[in-house]
Design a protein around this ligand. Sequence first.
Ligand SMILES: [Zn+2]
Length: 215
Amino acid sequence: MPRLALVGAGTNAHPDGRLPAGDFPERSSVPRMLSLDAHGRILDWMHWQDAACLYVRGAVAWTLGDPCLTVHGGINRWSGLRSEISLHPIVAARGHAHPRALDPSPALTNSALFARDASLCMYCGKEYGRHSLTRDHVVPLSRGGRDTWENVVCACFHCNSRKGGRTPQQASMPLLAVPYRPSWVEHLILSNRHILAEQMAFLKHHLPKRARLQA
Ligand SMILES: [Zn+2]
């Protein structure tokens, strides 16, 4: 595997378009590639290094969209030219699908939960910063509630402590929305703040019909 460095990024990633070798932009500003299997099933987000490995190994089955990032490798001993690879926003790899491809359940982390509920307290409806939000168990753990997507909501400190160890009904604090388990595609949309237009169009096309996330 040759050493690879980021050369240039598309308009979505860096205003200069070209970067000197070894000068890495903020990790979060570099777009990630959407990884698919050869059948077009959606796998996960992929960092450019992993995508470049697929290209170098000849393991790319097909791609979608215009190149969004260029990386360069070593200098060819014979030609003296530096190799360049253009990475595409959506990359399907050869080989067998990872078992996780079959709509796995996204991990229930606070980040994922706050993203699902759009950082809104599900009791007072106000929007809060990450540090003012908590994970509230609708049916409290002390009453046999479980730590699952269907039993947790985003709540502000104030509402969470006011509710205490009671159910919404007991506390007379009705929920503004019913908690649900996001599909894998919803999770991918919610977990990446720098989704390229072509990736978003592709993901939205694969959203389940019932998905709440249609905006
Ligand atoms: Zn609240």
